[in-house]
Design a protein around this ligand. Structure first.
Ligand SMILES: C[S@@+](CC[C@H](N)C(=O)[O-])C[C@H]1O[C@@H](n2cnc3c(N)ncnc32)[C@H](O)[C@@H]1O
Length: 198
């Protein structure tokens, strides 16, 4: 399954490189900047369909690592033994139980590129994207190791600062970043939280 939307330069690069989505370049950009993923890590990728981040992160964790992807959509298998893919909604307790069972120890890093189905109503989409980030923060308290990290996509809007304050309660360092690889005009940004306080 390959989904490409409007055909910008990242679309063409992704197609040539064999990535399942142009989103792969967002994780590459995050990794260049923050060096979040290291060999041997246990990493969770929430909202992983169609699999661009999985393809990139699988190489960063290497064969000694473990990468668990979750999406409510089906994701065709990838040819990396360190990648497991689960289908389910992250707001569903059964999905979280399955995710916990897939990890052999607390996760080093939670990635979330989850996005709500957009309505076109800016504030509603912003609010729903923040709800997804709240789910990831709650999940961090269950499956992330102390000092672990988290990256989550959010749509910018008036309630973002309050959410960042909440993240700062749980993590020692929180940054926000608009990526070059994000489409022009998009309200998408990424929150990068490090050193979980749990
Ligand atoms: C922008 S796409 C992710 C692209 C992916 N990072 C890649 O590189 O191919 C966002 C994904 O979030 C998923 N998603 C949104 N809400 C979700 C939820 N509550 N539970 C699981 N997945 C969800 C959607 O199904 C969608 O596939």
């Amino acid at each position: 399954m390959v989904t490409y939307q409007r055909k910008d330069s990242y679309y063409h690069k992704a197609k040539l490189a064999g990535y399942r989505s142009r989103a792969a370049y967002k994780l590459i950009e995050l990794q260049k900047r923050f060096k979040l993923i290291k060999k041997g890590m246990q990493v969770v990728d929430l909202g992983c369909a169609p699999g661009g981040w999985l393809q990139v992160a699988a190489k960063y964790v290497g064969s000694s690592g473990c990468l668990v992807g979750v999406d409510r959509l089906a994701v065709p298998a990838l040819d990396f033994q360190q990648v497991k893919i689960l289908q389910g909604d992250v707001s569903d307790a059964a999905t979280i139980a399955e995710l916990q069972a897939s990890l052999t120890r607390p996760a080093d890093l939670l990635l979330s590129d989850m996005a709500p189905d957009t309505s076109g109503v800016g504030f509603a989409d912003h609010a729903r994207s923040l709800e997804l980030v709240e789910i990831v923060i709650d999940l961090a308290s269950q499956i992330l190791k102390p000092s672990g990290g988290m990256v989550a996509k959010a749509f910018d809007g008036p309630d973002l600062n309050e959410l960042i304050m909440r993240l700062k309660d749980s993590f020692e360092e929180v940054k926000r970043l608009k990526l070059k690889s994000t489409r022009k005009g998009s309200r998408e940004l990424y929150l990068i939280a490090r050193r979980h306080k749990a």
